[in-house]
Design a protein around this ligand. Structure first.
Ligand SMILES: *[C@@H]1O[C@H](CO)[C@@H](O)[C@H](O)[C@H]1NC(C)=O
Ligand SMILES: *[C@@H]1O[C@H](CO)[C@@H](O)[C@H](O)[C@H]1NC(C)=O
Length: 600
């Protein structure tokens, strides 16, 4: 395969030598292109489950572009993430488990909530972008970041630009329900998009005057006056909190806010991938890393007009199908520029589908995890097994399946291998190079098991682990603790009592001895094996030993990033755009796009 490719390359060179005057130049350009390391494109979907994608067995959703990617490469059917976005994305960016750098939260809060929160990815972690920048890559992150954007005193910042990305366009935190036009908290009747400090002060002043007048007319006494003021104040605090969640609903370009509030339904998907395509075009003559981190299909759901009622699976399905279109647009641009053969492409989701997401009317708005139990926020398979595809033309055979366990931290070492970048050797990597598996995906049974053991954290708690014996074809999964699932809307099982599952505490069942499942025969985790069976006892002993060894590899002291004081909102530190009192601005590209589409 490679020799024929080389031969055609030589013929091309000869042709060039014969036909071109600027022979020297043509030669060097050709050689350059051939030896240039591949481009890297990483697609990260948000909250998309194993059951949401066509090529993972969903025959009624339309994801032709993602399915095409799978036909051109390998589908990973046991690719493991973490149960929430922030730790999962951190693991993907660093190749290391979140607990190694303070991303394993021991609190119920396991993600950053506000654009003004402190904490974030420590600057001494080497991200995939920093790694490739070191090899001369142009780097861009388009879409959601969610790894913190604050700076500490000593200029150690966590924002994308400080973590190796030359260009960032997207959401600093994440999409929230509150960013949408649905689901407006009823307390805030009449309140439109946003509340500013001046509006709050005005509210308070009006309430004050009103109460004063009432008190003056003796309709209410002093107590009534105080009561009135307390209610007004509480109302304003509520508004402020809500406004703070909404303060995440912004678009940033590098360090500046370019859109506030976020206009989800106004071509957002297209605006994001247009930026991605622009970046690819601008850097087509040098190696680049593009991380396309989708805002879909997290709530608030949103769609461009053309994708409303596009799917047979309601609003959620429409979101998946629009995102698939977006994947296709980026892939098309690679093809158009002749870069397809020189690009390593990976696609995954940050965690499983969020099964507790329903509207008040009972419409499901979260992802679907197929046969897998649980979902986002817990360590049942549905929460952490995610769809994944890798395409690398000429290296990974077409339309193959890799079924042994791999996980998100494997991406960085794999990318290091294909690009020739050097991994730092001063730290523990939990990820491993997947290329040996991927290149031989068509006879995978002979492959070495990459991860004999894998540890599944829920926040900072090691609640489960999996074990795939080297010469076996079985994967065991052990639960030391598991989220207690209860039936919710339409009988769906989830953490409906708490909305997001906890990692410890009353809603978690502890298991001693651990619950053991044989995932090969019981992927849905319904029939635990008998823990008194001598074979099962051996499995438990081996995993316990591996857990103990793993724990020894963890740093004793890490700076915890999710402390209360880090996470709290600091309205005065919120990034803003525009002027007092409204602080609004709109992506200038939106106008262009609307004109182009004849909408204005
Ligand atoms: C396909 O995906 C949709 C959207 O999540 C879901 O409602 C449906 O149940 C899935 N179908 C299958 C067979 O998994
Ligand atoms: C990063 O810095 C922290 C705090 O000084 C330290 O504990 C940690 O080991 C460092 N991490 C790496 C990968 O060097």
């Amino acid at each position: 395969m490679y020799t024929t490719k080389k031969k055609t390359c030589i013929w091309k060179l000869v042709a060039l030598l014969l036909f071109l005057d600027g022979v020297g130049m043509a030669l060097s350009a050709e050689v350059d292109v051939e030896t240039r390391p591949p481009n890297v494109v990483l697609f990260i979907m948000d909250d998309v489950g194993m059951g949401d994608i066509g090529c993972f067995g969903n025959h009624t959703i339309k994801t032709p572009n993602i399915d095409g990617l799978a036909r051109d490469g390998a589908r990973l059917t046991q690719h493991m993430a973490f149960s929430m976005c922030t730790p999962s994305r951190a693991a993907l960016m660093t190749g290391r488990l979140p607990v190694r750098y303070g991303f394993g939260s021991k609190h119920p809060m396991r993600v950053f909530m506000f654009s003004s929160s402190h904490g974030g990815l420590p600057s001494n972690e080497t991200t995939i972008a920093e790694l490739l920048k070191g090899s001369g890559y142009a780097t861009a992150l388009i879409g959601k970041w969610h790894l913190g954007i604050s700076c500490k005193e000593n200029n150690s910042c966590s924002d994308p630009n400080s973590q190796g990305f030359d260009y960032f366009f997207g959401l600093p935190v994440t999409n929230f329900r509150d960013c949408g036009t649905d689901n407006i908290i009823p307390v805030l009747w009449g309140m439109s998009k946003k509340v500013t400090l001046s509006e709050m002060l005005t509210n308070l002043a009006i309430a004050c005057v009103f109460a004063f007048l009432l008190a003056g007319t003796k309709l209410i006494g002093l107590r009534g006056f105080i009561f009135f003021m307390v209610v007004a104040l509480a109302g304003n605090i509520l508004l402020a909190c809500r406004d703070d969640i909404r303060s995440n609903c912004v678009l940033m370009e590098n360090h500046s806010i370019v859109e506030q509030p976020l206009l989800l339904n106004e071509h957002l998907t297209e605006r994001l991938h247009s930026r991605a395509i622009q970046f690819v075009e601008q850097n087509q003559n040098q190696p680049f890393l593009l991380v396309m981190s989708f805002v879909q299909a997290h709530t608030a759901l949103f769609n461009n007009k053309e994708f409303r009622n596009h799917s047979v699976h309601g609003y959620y399905g429409d979101n998946i199908e629009e995102m698939d279109w977006s994947v296709g647009e980026v892939l098309k641009s690679l093809k158009r520029l002749g870069l397809e053969e020189k690009t390593f492409v990976y696609l995954t989701s940050d965690n499983g589908g969020h099964v507790e997401e329903f509207t008040d009317a009972g419409e499901r708005q979260g992802g679907w995890n197929g046969v897998y139990k649980g979902g986002k926020t817990n360590t049942w398979e549905g929460g952490i097994r995610v769809p994944a595809i890798v395409k690398y033309p000429g290296h990974i055979p077409l339309d193959t399946v890799v079924s042994q366990p791999t996980h998100l931290p494997d991406v960085l070492p794999t990318v290091a291998r294909v690009t020739g970048a050097q991994l730092p050797d001063d730290r523990v990597y939990d990820g491993r190079d997947m290329m040996p598996l991927l290149t031989h995906a068509d006879h995978a049974e002979k492959q070495e098991i990459l991860h004999e053991f894998m540890f599944h954290y829920c926040g900072g708690f090691l609640n489960a682990a999996r074990y795939t014996p080297q010469n076996g074809d079985t994967t065991y999964k052990l639960h030391y603790a598991s989220s207690h699932l209860v039936p919710g809307i339409h009988g769906v099982m989830g953490c409906f009592d708490v909305f997001a599952c906890e990692c410890e505490g009353n809603s978690v069942d502890r298991h001693d001895p651990p619950l053991v499942y044989d995932l090969s025969s019981d992927p849905s985790e319904v029939n635990p094996l008998d823990s008194n069976d001598p074979k099962v006892k051996i499995v438990i002993r081996k995993v316990n030993e591996a857990v103990a060894t793993h724990r020894k590899s963890l740093p004793r002291n890490t700076d915890h990033q999710f402390t209360g004081s880090n996470l709290m909102s600091r309205p005065w530190e919120r990034p803003r755009c525009g002027r007092f009192p409204h602080f609004t601005c709109t992506d200038p590209y939106l106008d262009q796009l609307k004109k182009l589409n004849g909408e204005i």
